[in-house]
Write a protein that binds this ligand. Structure first.
Ligand code: FAD
Length: 381
């Protein structure tokens, strides 16, 4: 008799499973996707969406259509609890669904508390669609007045956001002052040369970069810094790092130190063999992986194989994290900063390579006419 596979979250690690979900239904199983939105936005293109390199239609997957066109059921909802004893998932709407096998790709969230007290004009950098909504608001506001914009967080996301804000606002009638509050150091987990290149690029764009200070409190248009000074903002972007979705700790499942579902090399819960996961929401036992999309993308084929294998009771495959990954920063001026091992490449070629890789990834999984859909511009303005 057929079994029931539930995919929770249509994120980057579930793309192969979604595109091939007909292989599950063709074997007589039932498949369901639970997602809070019919669309999933690709984070790698998020800063470029803010800066205007990409229209949202170019940066999103219509996960609802992908699932339904291949015979799966789509439920627009959010999972809030997993009960591994009676194999059910409770949804925010109050509905409970039963699974034989379930896979989680629920990603991560920007932690707002205790830093942020008021949320007006404060923009967490995830969900990625926030960046496009911010673009629309900023372009509207700067028509009328100069703007003070603060980006909090000196990691890759904060740097790309600051650089793309410059691209967005540098030719508008009023001036935008952009400040990046970087914490102890800009890009502290990257090689020295990357830090120098990024700082030089930001300063050239008249972006103020504060290092050695942290934001302590964000409330009502004012940010208190760790040196007790205050800076005012019209818009503040929060890029202070991410935390895996709280679903697993809320459900008392085994989690890693970061709160992600603890999984073995098969991307399978260490305690409940019918639960799997990928991307930012898992904690890989033994060697936790960086929360970067690269790993979510690499996990795709193994996750899909193992979900089918679990349904069909055939052998599982191990996920090998693979070689160190390459990252490329989109610096907003059609230049990129690339690094891998000790190699650093700065300039237009790096940006073109990032653009090529991102578009190739999108093309592979935009299989439901996403590019033919009307642009979001009209919906949000
Ligand atoms: C601005 C920015 C730029 C970045 N650029 C890069 C980059 O260039 N390269 C790189 O490798 N990494 C990049 N990252 C990191 C990258 O965002 C993450 O590693 C990546 O998003 C992880 O993918 P994911 O599918 O696990 O999670 P997510 O992208 O967070 O997707 C999770 C999905 O699950 C859904 N969901 C969440 N909770 C539930 C629930 N309870 N029930 C059902 N569905 C749920 C969400 O709606 C979402 O669709 C960037 C991050 C940011 C913030």
């Amino acid at each position: 008799m057929g079994k029931h596979l539930i995919l929770v979250g249509g994120g980057h690690a579930h793309m192969t499973s979604l595109v091939n979900i007909n292989q599950v239904t063709a074997r007589g199983h039932k498949a369901t996707l639970v997602s809070p939105s019919p669309y999933h936005y690709y984070s790698g293109m998020g800063p470029g969406m803010l800066g205007g390199f990409y229209d949202p239609t170019q940066a999103r997957f219509h996960v609802r259509k992908v699932a339904e066109e291949r015979g799966a059921e789509y439920i627009q909802d959010t999972a809030i609890r997993i009960n591994p004893f009676n194999k059910t998932i409770l949804l925010k709407s109050g509905r409970s669904i039963s699974y034989d096998v379930a896979s989680f790709n629920t990603g991560s969230e920007v932690q707002m508390a205790p830093l942020v007290s008021s949320t007006d004009t404060v923009i967490p950098v995830k969900p990625v669609l926030n960046l496009y909504k911010a673009r629309v608001s900023l372009l509207r506001e700067i028509k009328n007045r100069p703007l003070e914009i603060i980006v909090i967080g000196g990691g890759p996301a904060g740097v790309e956001i600051a650089a793309n804000l410059w691209r967005l606002l540098s030719n508008e009638p009023h001036q935008a002052t952009i400040t990046l509050v970087a914490g102890s150091e800009l890009l502290r987990h990257t090689p020295q040369r990357v830090r120098v290149l990024a700082l030089r690029s930001l300063l050239k764009k008249n972006i103020r970069v504060l290092t050695g200070v942290r934001a302590e409190h964000v409330e009502n248009g004012s940010i208190t810094l760790s040196n007790s000074s205050c800076i005012n903002y019209d818009f503040a972007f929060i890029a202070t790092g991410i935390k895996p979705s709280a679903l697993f700790s809320d459900s008392s499942l085994p989690t890693g130190a970061d709160g992600g579902m603890l999984v073995n090399s098969f991307l399978q819960s260490t305690k409940y063999p019918e639960l799997f996961g990928g991307g930012d929401c898992i904690s890989f036992k033994g060697s936790p992986l960086a929360k970067v999309g690269v790993y979510a993308v690499r996990q795709n084929p193994v996750l899909f194989h193992n979900l089918v294998a679990m349904l069909e009771e055939t052998p599982l495959l191990s996920f090998e994290p693979g070689p160190p990954y390459m990252l490329i920063l989109n610096m907003g001026d059609t230049r990129g900063i690339l690094w891998k091992w000790s190699l650093t490449v700065n300039g237009k070629l790096s940006f073109l390579l990032k653009d090529f890789i991102d578009r190739r990834f999108m093309k592979k999984f935009q299989v439901s006419g996403e590019l033919d859909e009307p642009s979001l511009v009209k919906l949000l303005e």
